[in-house]
Design a binder for this molecule. Structure first.
Ligand SMILES: *Cc1c(COP(=O)(O)O)cnc(C)c1O
Length: 385
């Protein structure tokens, strides 16, 4: 399998051909009861070892450029289940972790709200530079955790730089790879230990699945698996099958989304009604050079700032692009970080990150770029001030 190329792996990797009929798709194995006599393999949904769970995770292992002989994965019922299992499975009382600033809102709430009661210490580095992570290391530090591109301004963290520092100091490195998807970025190949996905986003891709996943070397996956068994966030076989089906088209979807995002970014960058555009594919983006080094595509996500238009009126003037939450689906959607993902931040924190109420985040779908651009254009014209 490993010698096949990316689009082929999307279609074929992990598939459990129907043993009864030879049908080309993995059948949906609904049982929660399997025999235990004369067998070491004892499937059970919460053991994360049903054929449908294994089919998805094996596909993802291949898409992340890894080998199932040395790499394992766990499929969860949400991205947050993957994240909480990773933190609780790898950190214990007295340990210290370094988290990049500006993580996904749910991750930040979990860190700020729950780690302290379990005696886990953490800090945020002064900046996103690898040197700042190194300076934040203490004798008790066990983990560095990053997310790139980040939400909502598509900030880029130097993955190889972080992985190098983690290796040098014997720390486990973790990345949330949701925004990039395996189409655009394979962090295990850049030296990161644990790769997390919210499969609710690009892997699911149709805004109708909630799921999450972890990919890690076998020796790190083992304690994660033990914690996962206790937290119990496994995914049902029907949704596993939907996810497996979606991932067959992952590459063609994301490549189209990359292309659309680039066209939209170029249009917005020259529009007088827009004051700033945040897209790693633009040479003006501060992370452009690192993005070029570590990403295969610049992703389907971008953000921009309205110069003077009222952001709520602007969103209500859109006819095709829906103001709604989440991202990564085939439909283009727009959302205001200040009203959604970042509503719990103080004015000072928002200021520090450069997020104003005029910043909007666009998740480009797979429609034709001309129609997405036309919709943005007419909404800008309707809201000149
Ligand atoms: C959505 C998201 C999550 C959480 O995933 P859920 O499936 O909603 O639990 C984590 N990280 C990032 C970057 C996300 O966008």
């Amino acid at each position: 399998m490993g010698n096949l190329s990316f689009h082929t792996l999307c279609v074929h990797a992990g598939t459990r051909i129907d043993p009864m009929t030879g049908g080309v798709n993995t059948p949906v194995y609904t049982s929660t009861s399997y025999p235990y006599l004369d067998t070491d393999v004892r499937p059970y949904p919460r053991y994360f070892n049903l054929p449908n769970q294994k089919a998805v995770i094996e596909k993802l292992i291949f898409l992340e450029g890894c080998d199932p002989d040395t790499t394992d994965g766990i499929l969860f019922s949400s991205g947050m289940a993957a994240i909480s299992t990773t933190l609780f499975g790898l950190l214990k009382s007295g340990d210290h972790a370094i988290f990049q600033r500006g993580l996904y809102g749910g991750t930040t709430h979990f860190i700020n709200g729950w780690l302290e009661r379990y005696g886990i210490e953490w800090s945020y580095p002064a900046s996103g530079e690898p040197e700042a992570f190194e300076q934040a290391i203490r004798p008790s530090t066990r983990m560095v955790y990053i997310e790139t591109p980040s939400n909502p301004l598509l900030g880029i963290t130097d993955i190889e730089g972080i992985a190098r520092i983690a290796k040098k100091h014997g720390l486990i490195s973790v990345i949330d790879n949701t925004f990039a998807s395996p189409v655009n970025q394979n962090p295990r190949l850049l030296g990161i230990d644990v790769v997390i996905h919210s499969a609710t986003k690009y892997l699911g891709g149709h805004s109708d699945i909630c799921a999450g996943a972890i990919i890690a070397p076998k020796e790190i996956a083992q304690p994660l698996y033990k914690m996962a068994l206790n937290l119990g966030g496994s995914l049902n076989p029907e949704t596993c099958y939907l996810l497996e089906r979606s991932m067959k088209t992952l590459a063609i979807r994301v490549e189209k989304q990359n292309k659309n995002a680039m066209e939209v970014a170029l249009f917005l960058a020259q529009h007088p009604g827009i004051s700033r555009v945040f897209y790693p594919g633009l040479p003006s983006h501060p992370g452009h050079l690192i993005a070029r080094k570590q990403m295969k595509g610049f992703s389907g996500m971008l953000s921009f700032e309205l110069r003077s238009a009222d952001p709520v009126k602007f969103q209500k003037s859109l006819k095709l692009i829906r103001p709604s939450m989440s991202l990564g689906g085939v439909d283009s959607i727009i959302c205001s970080p200040v009203l959604t993902s970042h509503r719990n931040l103080t004015m000072e924190e928002l200021d520090k990150e450069g997020i104003t109420d005029k910043v909007l985040r666009l998740s480009t779908g797979i429609e034709d770029a001309t129609d997405i651009i036309h919709d943005l254009k007419q909404a800008l014209e309707m809201n000149p001030e």
